[in-house]
Design a protein around this ligand. Structure first.
Ligand code: M6R
Length: 357
C-alpha cells in the first residue's frame, strides 16, 4: 500500500535506504562477512566469462555490474540487451555463465535467452526481486534483491538494489579468488544508505530543478563519462518513460560526433560529475554545449564540486557513485512528470512486466 504517499514511485524512491540495509543484512554471514550461496561462487569461478542479459533499467544496472565485477573480481563481463541477443548472439567463450538481471523475473525477452542458453547447456543465474518468478525457477541459481514489491512502472529501488547485489557478488568473487579488495563494502553500502537519506532532505530543491529545467522542455540530454555515462542512460530512461520528454543519455565525448547538432537555446543538459578522473573533461563538454545555448544542470559529488553546480550529492566510494547519483535523477524525473500532469505510476503505453517478446 502506498500509505500517505501520493504515488508508489515516490514511496519506492524513499524505500531505497531500507532496501540497501536489508541487502547488507541478508548477504552477511554470522561473522559479519559478506557471503553468497557457495554454489554460485563455484559456478562463477568455473566460468571464463560472464554474460549479463537484461532489459531497460535492469540492463543499465548490468552495465554497472560489469564495472564492479571486472574491477574487483577481474572476470571479463559482457552485457547484452535481451531482445537483441537472439539475432546478434555474441561469440561465446568456452565456459560462459549467463546472468539474468530482472526485477520482475517475468520479462519475456530475457526468458527467451534463458531458454536458448539452457538448451545449449550453459549455467545460469537470475538476479531478481521476485522469489519464485519464472526466471528464478528456470535458472540454475538465484540471487534475490530483497527490495520489497515494486509497483510503479518506473523502476527505482530495484535498480539500486540490483547494483548493491552486483557489488556484493563482485566483492565475494574477488575474495574467493584471493584478490585484495581495498573496499569495505558493508561500510560503504551503509554510507550509501545514509547518503540517500541526505538527498531526500533536498526534495524541494530537486522539485525546483525539475520545474526550472523541464517544465516546458521538448527534450533533454544527460551526459557523463565513465560510469556517470551509464547513470545518465538510466536518468534519461526514467525521465522519458514518465514525463514523455524526449530524453537521451550520451557519453560526454560523443556529443561532438553528432548530437551537439541538436543543441538549441535553452536545451536542458543534465551533466553528471562524480568521478575525479573525468571531472575536468565532462566540464569541458558542458562548456561546449553552453557555447551553443544549452541550459546546463551539473550534478556533482561533494569534493569534486565547482562554482555553479546545480546539485551536489554526498561523497561516497567512487565505484559506488551510481547508487547515489541516480537518486536526484529519479526525483527530478518524478517531479517533472508530476508538473506536466502525467500519470506517474502508470505511464501511457507501458506495463510493469513485459511478458511478450
Ligand atoms: O522486470 P525487469 O527488470 O526484467 O524489467 C525490465 C524492463 O522492462 C524495466 O526495467 C523497464 O525498463 C522499466 N519500466 C524501467 O523503469
Amino acid at each position: 500500500e502506498k500509505g500517505t504517499y501520493p504515488h508508489y514511485m515516490l514511496k519506492e524512491i524513499d524505500e531505497q535506504p531500507l532496501a540497501i540495509r536489508k541487502i547488507i543484512q541478508e548477504y552477511q554471514d554470522k561473522d559479519g562477512k559478506l557471503t553468497i550461496d557457495p554454489a554460485i561462487v563455484e559456478a562463477v569461478n568455473a566460468a571464463d566469462r560472464l554474460y549479463i542479459v537484461a532489459a531497460g533499467t535492469s540492463y543499465h544496472a548490468g552495465l554497472l555490474g560489469k564495472q564492479f565485477i571486472e574491477k574487483l573480481a577481474k572476470i571479463p563481463v559482457e552485457v547484452h540487451v535481451a531482445s537483441e541477443f537472439g539475432y546478434n548472439m555474441p561469440m561465446l567463450s568456452e565456459k560462459p555463465l549467463f546472468i539474468f538481471i530482472t526485477q520482475s523475473g517475468e520479462t519475456a525477452d530475457s526468458r527467451a535467452v534463458l531458454v536458448q542458453v539452457k538448451e545449449m547447456g550453459y549455467p545460469t543465474l537470475t538476479i531478481t526481486n521476485v522469489p519464485g518468478s519464472t526466471l528464478s525457477r528456470e535458472a540454475d541459481h538465484t540471487l534475490l534483491l530483497y527490495a520489497g514489491p515494486e509497483i510503479a512502472v518506473a523502476s527505482t529501488k530495484a535498480y539500486t538494489s540490483q547494483m548493491a547485489v552486483l557489488s556484493i557478488l563482485a566483492e565475494v568473487m574477488a575474495k574467493s579468488k584471493g584478490y585484495d579488495v581495498d573496499l569495505d563494502l558493508i561500510h560503504e553500502l551503509g554510507i550509501i544508505a545514509n547518503a540517500m537519506e541526505v538527498i531526500f532532505e533536498d526534495k524541494e530543491e530537486l522539485e525546483a530543478i525539475a520545474k526550472e529545467y523541464l517544465e516546458t522542455s521538448r527534450n533533454a540530454f544527460f551526459i557523463g563519462r565513465g560510469i556517470d555515462y551509464y547513470v545518465g542512460l538510466e536518468g534519461a530512461l526514467k525521465l522519458k518513460e514518465i514525463s514523455y520528454i524526449q530524453a537521451e543519455g550520451f557519453a560526454g565525448g560523443e556529443l561532438k560526433h553528432g548530437t551537439i547538432a541538436l543543441i538549441e537555446d535553452g536545451t536542458p543538459i543534465i551533466a553528471l560529475a562524480t568521478q575525479e578522473s573525468v571531472n575536468l573533461s565532462i566540464r569541458g563538454n558542458v562548456k561546449e554545449v553552453v557555447a551553443r545555448g544549452a541550459n546546463p544542470c551539473i550534478i556533482s559529488m561533494k569534493g569534486l564540486e565547482m562554482d555553479g553546480d546545480r546539485y551536489i550529492v554526498p561523497a561516497v566510494h567512487d565505484l559506488l557513485t551510481p547508487l547515489i547519483s541516480v537518486v536526484p535523477l529519479q526525483l527530478i524525473a518524478y517531479y517533472a512528470a508530476l508538473h506536466r500532469g502525467c500519470d506517474v505510476d502508470k505511464p501511457r503505453n507501458l506495463a510493469k512486466s513485459v511478458t511478450v517478446e
